[in-house]
Design a protein around this ligand. Structure first.
Ligand code: GLA
Length: 380
């Protein structure tokens, strides 16, 4: 496995190859550039830079579809990197808690690493005790996606695709997955997911950025204020597997319908918080169907940054970074200690393949899966 180990800074300087629709002489035009990031499984990996007209910049690699950095202006216009990650590809290959990645084929947990579909039982690779988490041993976060550099870039965007073969990680059916990242001029990072299959399968695609609106590596996220547009959540057992219930948040520490600091109730005695080691649960979003609707709003006082999460998905996993432990060196030499990043993973409910009452995650031949999530940034 050959790897280059350029730093983010040198990559910025090297990012000279401007692609379709880009005009270096006109800073007002949508822009996308790329630089080499290394090689995995004999395939070239690149780091793409998207820039919009409103001061945002996203760096995304086709390895795992990982958002490596995301620069967002604060209330005085100063850009800050709001996602946790690494400077080099080799660090992502060594160990990562899914920093910034596209997660699939099935995001979140499937209990006992098995499920039955149309009368047939499928056994998956277990990678979280007896369960499967985030796609298994080598999920969509650990594969090289193909970048389609020929799509005309009217807006700064990156189209990625990946063919997951029949039987990969135990899942049935060859699945063609496509993800398009778009950095819009209204300061949103939009993710459009699409997929088709040649056999019935299950699918749950999500994105796993760890956000810290005060800047990656700047400390705990416990004072971030969070609103979750959800009257109910899906309780978990001690193995973090959903019980199948949809429980009202009313009167519990899971109630974020009115904005509250992440840390305000995280320490109270509560079985759900104990099982999750903090927040690590799926909320049932208030919505009528598959419309793009507001799932969450996070704000951070010192920077003034606000992030809204909009999605067509029925659920969102709010994870308060309870497994972060500061062991790995992150971007710019910073380490990411306990609860210094939070994830808002839009999704179908965890363990849906084994919970017939949950919205279905089954995809059949001839069907087209489509899903959209947008992370919208502003300041106050
Ligand atoms: C998800 C899970 C967590 C944890 C993280 C990655 O959010 O729900 O339990 O596995 O991913 O560390």
């Amino acid at each position: 496995m050959t790897q280059y180990m350029p730093t983010i800074a040198s990559l910025a300087a090297a990012a000279a190859i401007l692609l379709a629709g880009c005009s270096p002489s006109n800073p007002e035009s949508p822009r996308r550039s790329r630089a080499p990031f290394g090689k995995v499984d004999g395939k070239e990996v690149f780091l793409y830079t998207l820039r919009n007209k409103s001061g945002m910049e996203a760096r995304i690699t086709n390895y795992g579809g990982i958002v490596v950095s995301l620069l967002v202006p604060d209330r005085s216009g100063r850009p800050g990197d709001v996602v946790l990650g690494y400077d080099s590809l080799s660090s992502y290959l060594k160990a990562t808690p899914y920093f910034g990645a596209i997660v699939g084929r099935y995001g979140n947990r499937i209990g006992k690493a098995r499920f039955t579909l149309e009368g047939k039982e499928y056994t998956l690779n277990a990678n979280d005790g007896p369960n499967t988490l985030h796609g298994g041993l080598k999920g969509f976060d650990k594969v090289v996606w193909e970048a389609d550099e020929n799509t005309p870039a009217t807006q700064p965007s990156l189209s990625l695709s990946y063919l997951s073969r029949d039987g990969e990680e135990g899942y049935p059916g060859s699945l063609k997955a496509a993800v398009v990242y778009t950095l819009t001029d209204s300061n949103e990072l939009r993710i459009d997911y699409a997929a088709t299959t040649d056999k019935p399968t299950v699918l749950n695609l999500t994105h796993h950025s760890y956000f810290n609106l005060a800047g990656a590596g700047s400390g705990e996220i416990l004072s971030h204020e969070l609103m979750l547009n959800a009257d109910r959540f899906t309780p978990i057992d001690s193995g973090l597997i959903t019980t199948g219930e949809l429980k009202p948040v009313e009167g519990t520490p899971m109630d974020f319908r009115t904005p509250a600091a992440v840390g305000a109730r995280i320490g109270v005695t509560d079985d759900q918080l104990r099982f999750g080691r903090g927040y690590d649960h799926n909320w049932v979003l208030n919505k009528t169907g598959g419309e793009l609707s507001l799932a969450a709003r996070v704000s951070e006082k010192t920077s003034g940054r606000v992030m809204e999460v909009w999605t067509t998905e029925p659920g969102v996993q709010f994870y308060s970074g309870n497994f972060l432990n500061g062991t790995n060196i992150g971007k710019g030499g910073k380490t990411y200690a306990y609860r210094t990043g939070l994830c808002l993973e839009t999704q179908h409910f965890p363990d849906s393949p084994n919970k017939p009452a949950f919205p279905s995650t089954v995809l059949r031949p001839g069907e087209k899966f489509a899903s959209t999530t947008a992370y919208r940034f502003s300041t106050r």
